[in-house]
Design a protein around this ligand. Sequence first.
Ligand code: C2E
Ligand code: CA
Ligand code: CA
Length: 601
Amino acid sequence: MDDIKNKAAQFDILDHSPIGQFVLRNDFVVIFWNKCMETWTGISKDQIVGTDLITHFPHLGSDKYTESIRKAFHSTLPIIFSSQFNQHFIPSPLPGGKFRIQNTFITRIPAQEEGEFYAFFAIQDETNVTSALESNKRALSQLKEEIEVRKQVEEQLVQLARYDNVTGLANRTLFREILLRALAKTRRNKKTFALMFLDLDHFKDINDTMGHNVGDLLLKSVARRLESRVRDNDLVARMGGDEFAIFLDDCSPDDAAHIAVNILDILSPFHWLDGKEVFITSSIGIAMCPEAGDDPESICKSADTAMYHAKEMGRNNYQFFSPELHAQTMQRIHLESDIRRALDLKEFSLFYQPQVDMNRKVVGMEALIRWQHNKLGMVNPGQFIPIAEKTGIIDPISEWVLHTACLKVREWQENLYLADDATIAVNISLRQLKQESFWDMLQKILSVTGLDPRNLEIELTESSIMDDPKTTIVLLEKIHGLGISISVDDFGTGYSSLNYLKRLPIDAIKIDMSFVQGIGKDNNDEEIIKAIITLANSLGLKTVAEGVETNEQFSFLKEHKCGLMQGYYFGRPLPSEDATQFLKDILSPDRVEVSPCSITN
Ligand code: C2E
Ligand code: CA
Ligand code: CA
C-alpha cells in the first residue's frame, strides 16, 4: 500500500484540476484519485486508492468497458467515451438526482516499473468535446512533462547507483547483480564462470606524487584497456579505489589465465596522461566459479585472497584461488587478530643480541622482538612482522619496541653496564618511517626516555630502502639530522643501486648472514663479503657481519677488516634480564671480552 501511495504522489499536481481525473493500473487498481473525483463521486482518495475500480462501480465490469480500458493500456492514442452514447461512465450525480453528461478520455501514460501500465482518465462534464479535449490536453502535457523529468532523474539515479562516475564502468552494485544472475544460471546449466580481481600496484604513490587528477585519468585509461581485452559477454567493473573486477562468462581456467596474461600485457605500456608518462602494473586474483563460492560475497573474497597472494608473489602477476590458499589465509587472519590483542596482553617482549667489534668488545645491542602466543607458544618475528606491516598493526608495535629498547639502554648506561657511546639498534619497517606520526613519536620517545640520539641506531632492510629510494632519502635525512645512526640490514639480498647507496645518509651496512654462513664453504660468498667491505670502506661506512657462528667465520671477517660482528658466536639474543646479566658478566674483572658461547644453547 505504501508503494501505491508513493506512486500516487507523483500525480498530486492534478488535485487542483477542475476536471475529474484518476489513474488506473493495468490490474484495474486505482493509483490516483483527484479532489474533483472525490467531490463528484463522494468517494475519498483514501477509500479508493489501492482498490479495484470495479468493486466501487460494478456496472463498469462489463466486457465492453474493461476491454476498452485494456486497449487504452496498450494504445498510444487516447480513447474517448461519451456517456451520451453509452452507459459506461463513472456516475457523478447532480443535484436533483440527475447524472452528469460526461466525456471520458483515457490515455496511456508510462509507468516506472516493468510490466506495469497506467491509464489516465480525464472526465469532463461538458458536452462540448473540443473544450474538454483542450483542457485534457493541457493537463496531460503538464503531467507528461512531469513524468519525463522524473524519468530522466530516475534514469540518472539508476545510472549513478550502478555505474562508477570516474570510469563509467559498472560499480560494485551492478557487479553484484551480474554475479547473482551468473550464479543462478550456473545452477541451471552447470556452466562455469571466472571472477578476476585486479589491483593496481603502488597506485597510491601515483596519486600522492602526481595528483588525483592524474590518478583519475589513469583509472580511466586502465578501464579502457581492460575493456579492450575482455570478450563481449564479460563485464569489467570498478569496485572502488584502484580495484577492478572482471566477470568472465562461460570461462575455463585456461581461458582465464590467457585473459590474465593479456591484461598484464596491455596494462604495462606507458599511459600518456596530462602530458606525463605514467607506468603501472597490476596484480590479479582469479576465482573459478562455482567452486570458489556460492554467493557473490564469498566469490569476491576468494578472488581477493588470490589477488593478495599475487601481491605477495611480487606483484605484476596473476594467481588462482585454491582451497590451500584459503587455509593459509584463515591462518593469517587468526594471527592477525591475535597480533592485535598481543600488545594489550603483554605477550611481546624484547630480546637483545650483542654487537661486538673485532676485539669482541660489546659496542651495542640489537633489540629483537619475541611473541609468546598463549596457544602457539613462541612465534618468530619472521612470521608475524610481515603481517603486522601489511595491516598497520606494526605502528603501535614499533612504538612499543622503540620505547622499551630506549628505556633498557638508558638503564644499562646508568648502571654502567654499557659504555656511553654504545648503541641500541632497533629494526624499523619502511611503512613506519613513512607515517607522518613517526617523527613525532621518535622525538617523544627520545625526550621521555632521555636517551641521547647518538645511542640509537635504526635498521632498515636494503630491499625496503631500495623499493623507493627517493622518498626514503628524505625521511632518512630527517632522522639522521637528529643524530640517530642508520644501518642497512640484510645487505646483499636486495638490489642496491650504487648511485643511491652513496647518496643515502647511512652509517653502516649489515652483511646478510647468508654470505657469512658461506665462509669456508662457498668461494663466491667470501668474494661477495670482501667486495661489500671494500665498497663500505670506500663510502666511509661501517660494516657489521650478521650471523657469525664459528671461529672460522670470525677469523675470516677479522682478517678482512669487517669492523663489527654479531651472531651466536658472541651471544644469542637474550631476554632482558639475561642480557643484563650478560653485560654484568663481561664487566667482571676476570672477563674483558665476549667469549665464544655454545651454539646449541
Ligand atoms: P634481522 O634484523 O636480520 O635479525 C637477525 C636475525 O638473525 C634474528 O632473527 C636473530 O635472532 C638471528 N640471528 C642472530 N644471530 C644469528 C646467528 O648467529 N645465526 C643464526 N642462524 N641466526 C642469528 P629473529 O630475531 O628471528 O628476527 C628475524 C627478523 O625479524 C629480523 O631480522 C628483523 O628483520 C625482524 N625483526 C625482529 N625484531 C623486529 C622488530 O622489533 N621490528 C621489526 N620491524 N622487525 C623486527
Ligand atoms: Ca636487524
Ligand atoms: Ca639482518
